[in-house]
Design a protein around this ligand. Structure first.
Ligand SMILES: [Zn+2]
Length: 158
């Protein structure tokens, strides 16, 4: 049995925060605004997994009105989504992510980001695809990420 999930996230730039993408600290003068560390990639993956297993979305589970999650690292959210996924008997087949931003450039960080996501999720980084895309004429004052994830029931090797 297979399930597919889609996650989309975006955060505006914030001059007073460090930038984290996929759990990797990016050398860039601006971070991303948000209740947590604003890591759009981890948020999109979290939401894709939650969607695939038919759970509530990231904003409902980790409300920005809840002080417990203030300043929280986004890997916490992703690990919680994985816990729910495993509880339901699923594992990750693969993940495909698109980062949409004029800046920063993603290519120098691609491998490190994939490795970081793989470490957080406990999967091989070869199962993760990451693409940078420029918004081509559409003004994006921040970073957007779209992610699709395919899950299968554990033990299903086909
Ligand atoms: Zn977010």
């Amino acid at each position: 049995m297979y399930r597919v999930g889609l996650g989309t996230d975006s955060h505006p730039f914030d001059d007073n925060k460090p930038l984290y993408l996929g759990g990797v600290r990016i050398d860039f003068p601006k971070g991303l605004a948000g209740h947590s560390d604003g890591d759009v990639i981890l948020h999109a993956i979290t939401d894709a997994i939650l969607g695939a297993i038919g759970e509530k979305d990231i904003g409902e589970i980790f409300s920005d009105k809840d002080d417990r999650w203030k300043g929280e690292r986004s890997s916490t959210f992703l690990r919680e989504a994985l816990r729910k996924m495993e509880e339901k008997g699923y594992e990750v087949c693969n993940i495909d992510c698109v980062i949409i931003a004029d800046e920063p450039k993603i290519s120098p960080y691609k491998d490190r980001i994939k490795e970081s996501i793989g470490n957080i999720m406990g999967i091989d980084s070869s199962l993760i695809s990451l693409k940078g895309k420029r918004p081509e004429g559409i003004v994006v004052e921040g970073v957007m990420c779209q992610c699709v994830v395919l899950l299968r029931t554990c033990g299903n090797e086909s």
